[in-house]
Write a protein that binds this ligand. Structure first.
Ligand code: PEP
Length: 247
């Protein structure tokens, strides 16, 4: 079976009810390619509001969750709470969680395990910093991040991987299609060798990092690029063009 094209939006810590209404208006207007799986990452306080407003065919994801079901973890939300309000997806391991909030590979792996065990689907982000790329360590870093999770993930059916080079996130500096393809192929090859060929064939690998309406089509043409994870541009009507990039 071919891998279904997947486009995620990551609203990060942006927006209010009024701007969410605006985003939902352009999503409703679309038209959105029906063959694309579309999931938008919403600040947790607005999840129920956004869920009630997005058009059919667009799902909402949390941008984070904790590794425990409940307890003395002030400020955190659990996968169980997300399930309780009807949320199906969560973004984990985003570079801002790793680099601004100091989340380790091990913590992200534990979060992945608990989210999947609870029945959530996970967009699992990985990616290298500029100095790591310049030191020739891109593959090593991405494999290290994914290996930590692979030790805890038994079933990859509900995992989508997002390769997001840190130097490309929010910088306007997109990886070239060839750079994205190279790392996506390395990830797929790692899956084939270290997990199994079925997981390598079936798991969607998204590219994220300054994806725009102008560069989305060339990225989408790469054989191992199965969609994108979009930050800034997911707040604008251009997001519709990015959703439709594979058409
Ligand atoms: C992101 O937040 O995951 C992201 C890729 O951001 P941007 O598209 O703004 O670079």
């Amino acid at each position: 079976m071919p891998r279904k094209f997947f486009v995620g939006g990551n609203w990060k810590m942006n927006g209010d009810k009024k701007s969410i209404d605006g985003i939902c208006d352009f999503l409703k207007k679309g038209p959105l390619d029906k063959n694309v799986e579309i999931v938008v990452g919403v600040p947790s306080v607005y999840l129920e509001y956004a869920k009630s407003k997005v058009p059919a065919g667009v799902l909402c994801a949390a941008q984070n969750c904790y590794k425990e079901p409940k307890g003395a973890f002030t400020g955190e939300i659990s996968p169980e709470m997300l399930k309780d309000i009807g949320i199906e997806w969560v973004i984990l391991g985003h570079s801002e969680r790793r680099n601004v909030f100091g989340e380790t590979d091990e913590l992200i792996a534990e979060k992945c395990k608990h989210a999947l065990d609870t029945g959530l689907k996970v967009i699992l982000c990985c990616g290298e910093k500029l100095e790591e790329r310049e030191a020739g360590k891109t593959e090593e870093v991405v494999v290290r991040q994914l290996t930590a999770c692979a030790k805890k993930i038994k079933d990859w059916t509900h995992v989508v991987v997002a390769y997001e080079p840190v130097w490309a996130i929010g910088t306007g500096k997109t990886a070239t299609p060839a750079q994205a393809q190279e790392v996506h192929a390395q990830i797929r090859n790692w899956m084939k060798e270290k997990i199994n060929p079925g997981v390598a064939d079936n798991t969607r690998i998204l590219y994220g990092g300054s994806v725009t309406a102008d560069n989305c089509r060339d990225l989408a043409k790469q054989p191992d690029v199965d969609g994108s994870l979009v930050g800034g541009a997911s707040l604008k009507p251009d997001f519709v063009k990015i959703v439709n990039a594979a058409k």
